[in-house]
Design a protein around this ligand. Structure first.
Ligand code: PLP
Length: 448
């Protein structure tokens, strides 16, 4: 039993944790009091010390169908024994073709072409490169500027951090993309605190794009990339009408609109994609995470017919896009994704976030009068509770709530700064919702 063996290895002594430099983690703090998972099933993790922990975060916004779903497990097991790897550069195997066709069938409108990657970060960099190459293919190679948004998170590639808007992810690394600029973010506690669903105020913030067009000229701008709902910045929702307005301004100036749906894709907001929930059609969608239910790394960029077709000119023996990854369309990832799509369809999981939305909203907004709660935000099965920072010690209050939930209450939540973010598997029941918010209510009340 590999898992038990390696679990014993990792926990034999504190030094056994030294070698793994953990991503986006306070390594020394973690290693002094580790939180290690041994197994998972459905809505629950089991820790190495044998506790059952309710998963309030869908892993990392990725296990939308819950953990270790039998169909997916079986598909991956069978696939590795059948075809472990085949190249997709000038070669192929059937699965990515089938998967792309299945994906284009659930994607909005004209997004009928799919480029496979291994992560959200790679999907973002791929989409940005396609945007630049698309304009060049049409003879508008001077459109090289990329526009992101403050508080945006688009992964950690140099493209993604350049258009991203989280200062810590940028300041240590500089920006390798000189031609970027940023829209203002849409978080506005003064006008919108405790909104239920999309906030009323702020559609006019989309006009920021007109300001940037005036400054740089439309002829230099290739694309705008935004998360329809921003996750990593602590859940920032689009004000009513904002995304439509952004689309209109992009259309007016020939600028491509990219939705980064790495967290909103695959049912999180009650449709396959947020583009469908909000009824706004982007030119590309970047995805990952829920694509394979988190169990094998994979990302996908959904591309419109118009963009794809602009590349399909010239001699037929010419490579149209000099871009790709060894593992684009990896057999295990494709098998996992196909079985994941089957699971989502069989269980109607894309609709769950609508079915449960009112109950979820009632439960989370029930926390509004607790001490230190300064905002609550929700859409689909996403929730955020923002706490007032302790004077001089930002982030510590939410972190204390997080560790108490995990160690004392067997509930996994996620915090960024002083925002508690929730994104449970879409298979959760009303009883799970009640447990999550009952637990949070008393932990928040007892955390000074
Ligand atoms: N884009 C968004 C909107 C994300 O939320 C994330 C990850 O959380 C990424 C991109 C990066 O994905 P990955 O960590 O798979 O590279």
């Amino acid at each position: 039993d590999y898992t038990a063996h390696y679990s014993r290895e990792a926990t034999r002594a504190p030094e056994a944790l030294d070698a793994f430099w953990m991503p986006f983690s306070a390594n020394r703090q973690f290693k002094s009091a580790p939180r290690l998972m041994a197994s998972a099933s459905g809505m629950f993790y089991r820790t190495v010390d044998g506790r059952e922990v309710l998963d309030g975060t869908g892993g990392l916004w990725c296990c939308n169908a819950g953990h270790a779903r039998p169909r997916i497990v079986q598909a991956v097991q069978q696939q590795i024994a059948t075809l472990d790897f085949a190249p997709t550069f000038q070669m192929g195997h059937p699965l990515p073709f089938t998967l792309a066709e299945r994906l284009s069938a659930i994607a909005p409108g004209h997004l009928n072409h799919v480029f496979f990657t291994n992560s959200g970060s790679e999907s973002v960099d791929t989409a940005l490169k396609i945007a630049l190459a698309y304009h060049r293919a049409r003879g508008e190679g001077q459109r090289t500027r990329l526009i992101g948004r403050e508080k945006g998170y688009h992964g950690v590639g140099f493209g993604g951090i350049s258009v991203g808007g989280l200062p810590n992810n940028r300041k240590f690394f500089g920006s390798l993309l000189p031609g970027v600029d940023h829209l203002r973010h849409t978080l506005d506690l003064q006008r919108n605190a405790f909104s239920r669903g999309l906030p009323e105020h702020g559609a006019e913030l989309a006009d920021d794009l007109e300001r940037l067009v005036l400054l740089h000229d439309a002829s230099t701008i290739a694309a705008v990339i935004v998360e329809p709902v921003a996750g990593s910045a602590g859940v920032v929702l689009p004000p009513k009408g904002y995304l439509k307005r952004l689309r209109e301004i992009c259309d007016k100036h020939g600028i491509l609109l990219i939705f980064d749906e790495v967290i909103t894709g695959f049912g999180r907001v009650g449709k396959a994609f947020a583009a469908q929930r909000f009824d706004v059609m982007p030119d590309m969608i970047t995805t990952a995470k829920g694509l394979t239910n988190g169990c094998v790394p994979m990302g996908a960029v959904f591309v419109s017919d118009a963009i794809h077709d602009a590349f399909m000119h010239g001699p037929g023996n010419m490579i149209e896009l000099f871009h790709g990854y060894t593992y684009s369309g990896h057999p295990l990832a494709c098998a996992a994704a196909l079985a994941t799509l089957d699971t989502y369809a069989e269980e109607g999981l894309f609709e769950q976030a609508i079915t449960l939305e009112e109950r979820w909203a009632d439960a989370i907004h029930g926390l509004r009068d607790l001490p230190n709660v300064i905002d609550i935000r929700n859409i689909g099965l996403i929730g955020a509770i923002e706490l007032a920072p302790r004077p001089g010690a930002p982030g510590t209050r939410a972190y204390d709530v997080f560790t108490r939930c995990f160690h004392e209450e067997n509930l996994l939540i996620r915090v960024t700064g002083d925002v508690i973010a929730l994104s449970p598997p879409l298979i959760l029941t009303e009883a799970h919702i009640d447990r999550i918010f009952r637990t949070l209510a008393h932990v928040i009340a007892e955390t000074a």
